[in-house]
Design a protein around this ligand. Structure first.
Ligand code: NDP
Length: 443
């Protein structure tokens, strides 16, 4: 058995009951196999074993009191995965499904993603099984303060810099940062995604969605095509989905569907983004409410968004939301491009089908790297005590996404797998981290 497959089997054995983590390492190690076989120095230094084992895992109790006076206890996590090329960096997810497996898969992906941005950031991820949905402001604040009361001792602007993810938006970041500042007695860039009045960066809110579409746009142009008049489906209706949809429309495409965990809407005339922002960002409501504003739109309960015919599919909700059957329908309907706005939204089977059928498929670690890239720009602005304009940050974001596309496309070509961006992203992301680890010795 090859080195990569040996490590894969061993890591799965050593970490049982972690299906999402197994899925992430299977995708990466399988596609790295020929590359690491050709470079025996990685095996000699045990790079893959070290890459798959987090540098540190912190699991902690988060007690808080709800509005009825009852004590609630959630689990908190921070996985500090790899600091070879910079301080740990990666979001916090608050969702009832959060487990060690999910945080490890996200942290592992984050290491390679952060490497692809070209910026000096290592990889980490954290979160809790706390569900902010349906909680009062006071309850969300009580939870965030308790979570940070433990987390603050493990993070720092040169150590580990968390950000948002599912269930952690500007409100939660504000509460987390306030508590950090109080405990550490330090106003520093220790969290990104901050509000503009206290150190946040312009474009951070839009960055992941905009970045995804910048990369897709660049890829289409290199293939003699464009976003003009393309029909696009975006799943989810959170931070990534809203700004991906907005940028598609800026660039001449038409987004006809969005979803949330209850169902999806279809609007043949093109989704009205201002309405979605009002429902989701202001009212914290459900996507169903869209039909009250746009009478011709149709709401369908449950999953099924991928049955709608489209040229481009942008899964922007959560892991494994697009499976093999969905991929077959998309391919049958003539879908040209799949760009992952979410982390690992596509199952291994679906990814394989897209690659076999020559759908241009961009994995999340490349496609959604715009968020963390602008977070790193927020860190730079914080340490320089400055604030760049919207246009400056937007320009830098676009350049970073074009560079990522060039990097993954060139590497794929170099290894004889043109347009296989899964292989391109995994090798390009891995190489920088692995070479830094080689130089830093046995740590
Ligand atoms: P949000 O919390 O803002 O939105 C998440 C969206 O996905 C909501 O519409 C939510 O619906 C839906 N969703 C969540 N869980 C499920 C589920 N189990 N089944 C169906 N739908 C679900 O999160 P983000 O937009 O920030 O994150 C979306 C994805 O993008 C995640 O995979 C995240 O890791 C990834 N990502 C985010 C970045 C960022 O900058 N925010 C950066 C890079 C990647 P509902 O409201 O019903 O729960």
């Amino acid at each position: 058995m090859s080195y990569a497959m040996n490590v894969l089997e061993k890591v799965k054995r050593q970490n049982p009951n972690e299906p999402e983590f197994h899925q992430a390492i299977t995708e990466v190690l399988t596609s790295l196999q020929p590359f690491v076989d050709a470079h025996p120095e990685y095996e000699r230094a045990g790079i893959l074993e070290r890459l798959c084992e987090p540098e540190r895992v912190i699991i902690f109790r988060v007690p808080w009191v709800d509005d009825s006076g009852k004590v609630q206890v959630n689990k908190g996590y921070r996985v500090q995965f790899n600091s070879a090329i910079g301080p740990y960096k990666g979001g916090l997810r608050f969702h009832p499904s959060v487990s060690l497996s999910i945080i490890k898969f996200l942290g592992f992906e984050q290491v390679l993603k952060n490497s692809l941005t070209g910026l000096p950031i290592g990889g980490g991820k954290g979160g809790s099984d706390f569900d902010p949905k349906g909680k009062s402001e006071r309850e969300v604040m009580a939870f965030c303060q308790s979570f940070m009361t433990e987390l603050f001792r493990h993070i720092g602007e040169n150590t580990d810099v968390p950000a948002g993810d599912i269930g952690v938006g500007e409100r939660e970041i504000g509460f987390l940062y306030g508590q950090y500042k109080r405990l550490a007695n330090s106003f520093s860039g220790v969290i990104t995604g901050k509000g503009l009045s206290y150190g946040g960066s312009l474009i951070r809110t839009e960055a992941t969605g905009y970045g995804l579409v910048y990369l897709v746009d660049e890829m289409l142009r290199r293939h003699g095509n464009s976003l003009e008049r393309k029909t696009v489906i975006v799943s989810g209706s959170g931070n990534v989905a809203i700004y991906a949809a907005e940028k598609v429309q800026h660039l001449g495409g038409k987004v006809v569907a969005l979803s949330d965990s209850n169902g999806f809407i279809f609007d043949a005339d093109g989704i009205d983004i201002a309405v979605v922002k009002e429902i989701k960002e202001l009212k914290r409501g459900r996507i169903l409410e869209y039909t009250k504003y746009r009478r011709k739109a149709v709401y369908t309960e449950g999953r099924g968004i991928w049955n709608i015919k489209c040229d481009i599919a942008l899964p922007c909700a959560t892991q494994n939301e697009l499976n093999g059957s969905d991929a077959k329908v998309l391919i049958k309907n003539g879908c040209l491009v799949v760009g992952e706005g979410a982390n690992m939204p596509t199952t291994l089977e679906a990814t394989k089908l897209f690659l076999q059928n020559k759908v241009l498929f961009v994995p999340g670690k490349a496609a959604n790297a715009g968020g963390v890239a602008v977070s790193a720009l927020e860190m730079s602005q914080n340490s320089m005590r400055t604030a760049w304009t919207f246009e400056e940050v937007d320009k830098k974001l676009r350049e970073i996404m074009v560079n990522i596309y060039n990097n993954i496309a060139n590497v794929a070509k170099e290894v004889g797998q043109e347009d296989n961006f899964v292989v391109g992203a995994n090798i390009a992301g891995f190489k920088k981290v692995a070479d830094a680890m080689l130089k830093q010795g046995m740590v």
